[in-house]
Design a protein around this ligand. Structure first.
Ligand SMILES: Cc1cc2nc3c(=O)[nH]c(=O)nc-3n(C[C@H](O)[C@H](O)[C@H](O)COP(=O)(O)OP(=O)(O)OC[C@H]3O[C@@H](n4cnc5c(N)ncnc54)[C@H](O)[C@@H]3O)c2cc1C
Length: 419
């Protein structure tokens, strides 16, 4: 028996409704945080964590920053030490993928032939990167989601290489910045007018475009990408798949490239749930308690939950959500009955800029700089839509940004944030 920090008897609380066995599928940020939250809340039952990657849980944000640049050795991205994982008293089954779920019996089948049955199953399988048609198997074409992806890309980023990053969203913009600091010839390409235009609105994305341009990134915006070009492969040799030579834009123009990174978004990793009967619609469809079916829950990037304050289904692909939603799911498993109503938050690091975004910035939102100076690239901006504050964005002003988050919180419960 253990006693919580506030003096309450946590085990007694948890055991009244707690399931005997919990199975978490997906051994990354959200899966690990679920296990930690269960233990923190006093759950003492059996926990199994199934992950398809061979690695112990590691963090993804450093992959496009410190790991890609070489500033960190890969081991630094580990989320916990071996001792901390052992202390969780959970069985980690790594290097084996879930291939099916029987919802009625809560049994997960794995690629290696295991059958894992539990009283509560938590789906934490995240997302997988979209790829460009025709690029499969071509040497020099990369995506960036996993540690292995980051190491393969890092090995390809030699200073003489011409890199084209396809996709001007958060990930593509970060990769372009990191590669440029390594001295590569970098082109960032995509259909919008500026980096992260969809996430931060026209004023801040124009400032980001300026930052990239000043640092020597070539910007090729306003054109869709049709595919990649490459050499023909030679059957039976190491070069049998051919090598990428460029990126072809929709109008026919080809951007020459030795290395291409495709960063055009990601799709929820739900293929293994196709026959499960669960609602699958751009993620695992859940109620406001992150419950997909009786005894089955979803958490992190893969979960599409009903957000009661926003009044619609939401799927959040950010690191903070993985941890916060895990605490909510652990609570639901242990019998709490509280909706999950987060204020979305993400950050990005590009060159010397750290951007932090609380809430959302809908198309057409009005921007007002409330602290600092946009031209000096040190400011906090507040975004208003239909008369209500919907988001706060800070650029190299972390303390002030955190304080201003309250403006979003105050407006949050009464605002329908269309995105
Ligand atoms: C390169 C990169 C940089 C990022 N930078 C930022 C940032 O700066 N700020 C920010 O807020 N967010 C950032 N993110 C997003 C953040 O990392 C994610 O939101 C977070 O990792 C989500 O955690 P998750 O556990 O839900 O999913 P994931 O981290 O994707 O983990 C899911 C795990 O499940 C495994 N899996 C999938 N299918 C199966 C299966 N069938 N069986 C077993 N296991 C399976 C996957 O291999 C993976 O290990 C970044 C993401 C990436 C990729």
């Amino acid at each position: 028996m253990s006693v919580g920090n506030d003096g309450t008897d946590r085990v007694a609380e948890a055991s009244a409704t707690a399931p005997g066995r919990v199975l978490v599928v997906g051994a990354s940020a959200a899966g690990l945080a679920t296990v930690e939250a269960l233990r923190r809340k006093g759950y003492e039952g059996a926990i199994t964590v199934l992950g398809d990657e061979p690695h112990a849980p590691y963090d993804r944000p450093p992959l496009s920053k410190q790991v890609l640049s070489g500033a960190w050795e890969p081991g630094r991205a580990a989320l916990r030490t071996a001792a901390a994982l052992t202390a969780l008293d959970a069985a980690f089954v790594l290097g084996d993928a879930a291939v099916g779920l029987d919802t009625a019996t809560r049994t997960v089948r794995t690629r290696a032939g295991r059958e894992l049955t539990a009283d509560a199953v938590v789906i934490a399988t995240g997302v997988r990167p979209r790829t460009l048609p025709g690029s499969a198997g071509l040497w020099g074409v990369h995506v960036l989601r996993s540690l292995d992806d980051a190491l393969a890309l890092r090995a390809a980023l030699v200073p003489t290489a011409r890199l084209v990053v396809v996709g001007e969203g958060v990930l593509g913009s970060e990769i372009a910045a990191t590669a440029r600091t390594l001295g590569l010839d970098v082109t960032l390409a995509g259909p919008l007018d500026a980096p992260m235009a969809l996430q931060v609105g026209p004023v801040v994305s124009a400032a980001l475009a300026g930052l990239h341009r000043e640092n020597g990134v070539r910007l090729r915006f306003g054109a869709g990408v049709a595919g990649v070009t490459g050499t023909a492969g030679v059957a039976g040799t190491a070069g049998e798949h051919g090598r990428v030579t460029g990126v072809r834009l929709a109008g026919g123009e080809v951007l020459p490239a030795d290395v291409v990174v495709v960063a055009i978004g990601a799709v929820p990793a739900t293929e293994w749930l196709a026959d499960s009967g669960l609602g699958l619609d751009n993620g695992v469809v859940c109620d406001s308690r992150c419950r997909a079916a009786d005894g089955i829950y979803a958490v992190g990037d893969v979960a599409r939950f009903h957000h009661e304050h926003l009044g619609r289904a939401v799927r959040l692909e950010n690191r903070t959500n993985a941890t916060e939603q895990a605490a909510a799911v652990a609570g639901t498993i242990l019998g709490e009955d509280r909706p999950y109503v987060p204020v979305p938050y993400f950050w990005t690091d590009q060159f010397d800029a750290k951007l932090q975004i609380h809430g959302v910035i809908p198309a057409g939102a009005e921007i007002e700089v409330v602290e600092g100076d946009l031209a000096a690239r040190r400011f906090v901006a507040r975004f208003t839509h239909a008369g209500a504050v919907t988001g706060v964005l800070g650029w190299n002003m972390p303390k002030q940004t955190r304080l201003r988050r309250q403006d979003v919180v105050d407006a949050f419960p009464v605002t329908a944030l269309a995105h």
